[in-house]
Design a protein around this ligand. Structure first.
Ligand SMILES: NC(=O)c1ccc[n+]([C@@H]2O[C@H](COP(=O)([O-])OP(=O)(O)OC[C@H]3O[C@@H](n4cnc5c(N)ncnc54)[C@H](O)[C@@H]3O)[C@@H](O)[C@H]2O)c1
Length: 250
């Protein structure tokens, strides 16, 4: 199926690694021009280079999604290189797990900020371009953690907030041809997960609870994001697609 996004311009935040990097590659294979944006310029540059080496179009930008100035520069770079933005994937995120009784204000704020303030800044910055073109796709990366994970009150709260953001914005933007959806991954093998000191135990516990019996890979999420970002998904807005191997509860 042709997704109908050839020539569209896609910004992927946190695009230098894991799910974001795979999403950047997948959208590029569909013919989109990619702005690989990451707080870590080196990884963003590597992904953009790989896309260009395989015949696609991409640029890399360093952008901390929590800082409005960085976000404005990212959108300016996208506009200079490709003329505007059609697709935004709000993917940048991380977790800082601790039981609430021991959680610091900094651990709370940093996780809530990267997810919610990041989506706020990036979305607000690209909307004028999408509204002008009367076509746009915003895909927010939520998480199965919205059903609650112990040690993740900050992360579960932020990701649930992102779903509220998705629903409200979908209503605001529908008249401009802009859809807003969320993709909520379950356990996906990425560096984010492998960096966890209890990774092996986490993985084994997760595996036992995933009905399909295997762990998700970045490409499982990337293909769902690509569909939500496509012209084929024009009648879908305000929804959350759970890509969790059938697992919902903790
Ligand atoms: N891996 C999973 O199992 C899983 C499950 C559910 C949801 N998610 C979500 O998917 C998204 C991607 O996760 P991943 O597993 O690929 O993680 P990852 O750590 O492999 O990649 C995240 C990328 O985001 C970048 N980043 C971090 N903070 C940033 C900031 N302030 N501004 C810009 N970029 C920033 C990092 O440099 C990194 O390149 C996150 O939002 C995460 O919460 C992941």
């Amino acid at each position: 199926m042709d997704l109908g996004i050839g020539g569209k311009v896609a910004v992927v935040t946190g695009g230098g690694r894991g799910i974001g990097a795979e999403t950047a590659h997948t959208l590029a294979r569909e013919g989109a021009k990619i702005v690989v944006s990451d707080i870590d310029l080196a990884v963003a540059t590597q992904v953009a280079g790989e896309i260009v080496a395989s015949g696609g179009e991409a640029i890399a930008t360093r952008c901390d999604v929590c800082h409005e100035g960085d976000v404005m520069q990212m959108v300016a770079a996208a506009t200079e290189a490709f003329g505007g933005v059609d697709i935004l994937v709000n993917n940048a995120g991380f977790n800082k797990d601790r039981y609430l009784t021991k959680m610091s204000e900094g651990e709370w704020d940093s996780v809530v900020d990267v997810v919610l303030k990041g989506a706020f800044h990036c979305t607000r910055a690209v909307l004028p371009s999408m509204m002008e073109r009367r076509w746009g796709r915003i895909v927010n990366i939520a998480s199965r953690a919205v059903f609650g994970n112990p040690g993740q009150t900050n992360y579960s709260t932020a990701k649930m907030g992102l779903i509220g953001f998705t629903r409200a914005l979908a209503l605001e933007q529908a008249k401009y041809g802009i859809t807003v959806n969320a993709v909520a991954p379950g356990f996906v093998e990425t560096e984010l997960m492998r960096a966890n000191p209890t990774y092996e135990a986490l993985r084994d516990t997760a595996l036992a609870k995933i009905p399909v019996g295997f762990l998700g890979m970045p490409e499982d999420i990337a293909s769902s994001v690509a569909f939500m970002a496509s012209d084929r998904a024009r009648y879908i807005s305000g929804v959350t697609l759970y890509v969790t191997g059938g697992r919902f509860s903790s």
